[in-house]
Every structure is written in structure tokens, then in C-alpha cells.
Design a protein. Structure first.
Length: 292
């Protein structure tokens, strides 16, 4: 992505289970693997910290944390004192380590923290716990980099974006314009085509501006979301994304007033080029990043 696409801003998740092999030990080797080449090339990273990270199953607790004290499905993490203590200590130590990297330009605390996932354990991160996490990250960073909280607003009645905006320096949205429908027809659902019921992205951008903040997009759909395995599905069967739809998604984010947009799907672009000979997405990425 750095050398062939020319990308210079990336979003990276730090997975707690990868950096904490034991309760009394943190290993930063998995972090250096990504940040060292990024810093060497003058790139910048938005780094996600916490228990909830990018990709399924979303929560990444180290094995030792759950081995003798498993959490039930639907647990309110704010009430789990042992988990909270380890989480806040990890955030403090990790942020202090990462603060020395010039390549780190912002922190994302948790990923979609106010959303309990449907297809994973439905642990709850309350606004109060999220505020405690943010405070730890801010205190541990002498450079006072901005803190991002992201959400994925489904419709105009979802007000959790406002809570996120109040806690963060930057409000961010994850935007997917074609998701598999639960029924046979229509094949996909686009919540941004629901007219007055659609997610109020422009209102979010205006509210952020009134508070001296910004709206970013931390995930803009640029890879498929299908009911089939996307590693095996033929290009002709993919209806949730295309190069033209990616460009349409970018226009949507621009009209909404997003000041920064991260595309979700670069690994898949590479996979399609190498495994299926479909280079359209990789070539689109080259045009987008190299054109600025």
C-alpha cells in the first residue's frame, strides 16, 4: 500500500491479544512491524486502541484475561472491575510507548464502541467507560494528539453519534452503502438511500463544526459485503461493490462534509489482483492516492 499505491495515511488496529502474552508483559513487536516501515516512508497512522478492534469477532481480549473469569454474553464491561483495571493499564502503557512515534497522528479509542455486535459476543462499552479510556489515552500522550470515536449510524433516529461527538476531538463514521439484505429481495440494503430516514451525515458534520471539531470517515466501503465467501465468489457475482461504486461512495462522503476518509478494502484489492486477476480495484487505488 505504501510503495505501490502511494498511500500515506493508514488506519491500524492494535490487537490486545497480540501484544499481551501474559498479564505482566506487553510485547510491542507486533506494533513495530507496522509502524517502523510506515515511519520510514513518512506515513501517518490513525491507531485504534482498546478491547474492540477492526474486523470480526471485534473483541480481542488476551486469553489469560478470560481463562479463569469468562464474561457472559451481553456483559456490561463497566461493571467488570478486573477487566476495566487491566484495560486501562494496557491503554496507559501502550499509549506511552506509541507516543514516541512521529508516524502516529491520532488515536481511535475502541472501534464502534457504542454498538454491540450482532454476530459476536455482545459486550457493552458504556459512554462512562469510554470516557475513562479516553482520559487515560489523553493523559499518557504528551503531544495531545486528537482522539477519534467512531460510530456507524443506521438511521436518523440513532443519536449515539452525538454521544461520540461529545466525548471525542473528532467524530467518525463507518459507511457501508450496500449490505446483504436479510431476505431474498432486495439483495442489498443501502441505509443512505432511505431519504429523510437516512443517517444524518450532514447534520453530524455541522454539529461537529459548531463545536470546533471535524467529521471523518474511518471506514468507507471499498470491498464487498456479501452473504457468500468473498474469497471464493466470482467478480461477476459481486454486487455490493465495484470501482464505480467506490467513487460514488467517495462522493457521498464528500457531500456529507467529511474532512478525511479512510477506504476499507485495500487488502481485498490486492487479493483480487493476485488470486483472481482482477486488477481494477488496485489500479483505482493507484489513481486515487497518486492524484492526491
Amino acid at each position: 500500500m505504501l510503495d505501490e499505491l502511494g498511500a500515506r495515511r493508514l488506519r491500524l488496529s492494535i490487537y490486545w491479544d497480540e501484544i499481551a502474552p501474559a498479564a505482566d508483559h506487553l510485547s510491542f513487536a507486533p506494533v513495530r512491524r507496522w509502524l517502523d516501515p510506515l515511519e520510514a516512508r513518512g506515513g501517518r497512522a490513525l491507531v485504534t486502541l482498546g478491547l474492540k478492534a477492526q474486523r470480526w469477532p471485534e473483541y480481542y481480549p488476551p486469553a489469560w484475561l478470560m481463562q479463569d473469569h469468562p464474561l457472559p454474553d451481553g456483559a456490561d464491561l463497566e461493571t467488570e472491575g478486573r477487566v476495566v483495571s487491566h484495560l486501562l493499564l494496557m491503554l496507559e502503557r501502550l499509549t506511552a510507548f506509541l507516543a514516541d512515534y512521529d508516524a502516529v497522528e491520532a488515536w481511535q479509542v475502541e472501534n464502534e464502541p457504542l454498538i454491540a455486535p450482532r454476530n459476536s459476543v455482545r459486550w457493552l462499552i458504556s459512554p462512562a467507560l469510554l470516557a475513562r479510556e479516553i482520559a487515560v489515552v489523553r493523559d499518557a500522550d504528551p503531544r495531545r494528539r486528537p482522539v477519534i470515536v467512531n460510530h456507524s449510524t443506521e438511521d436518523r433516529f440513532d443519536r449515539r453519534w452525538w454521544t461520540s461527538l461529545q466525548l471525542a476531538d473528532v467524530l467518525a463514521e463507518n459507511i457501508y452503502t450496500r449490505k446483504p439484505a436479510r431476505r431474498r429481495w432486495p439483495r442489498y440494503v443501502n441505509p443512505h438511500c432511505f431519504g429523510p430516514l437516512a443517517p444524518p451525515l450532514r447534520r453530524e458534520a455541522r454539529a461537529a463544526a459548531m463545536l470546533g471539531k471535524e467529521l471523518w470517515v474511518t471506514e468507507l466501503q471499498a470491498e464487498p459485503w456479501e452473504s457468500e465467501d468473498v474469497r471464493e465468489i466470482a467478480s461477476a457475482r459481486i454486487g455490493s461493490v465495484s470501482p464505480a461504486r467506490i467513487e460514488a461512495n467517495l462522493r457521498l462522503a464528500h457531500r456529507a462534509g467529511a474532512r478525511r476518509v479512510y477506504l476499507w478494502g485495500a487488502e481485498w484489492w490486492r487479493f483480487m489482483a493476485e488470486r483472481h486477476g482482477d486488477t481494477r480495484y488496485w489500479e483505482l487505488g493507484q489513481r486515487l492516492f497518486q492524484s492526491g
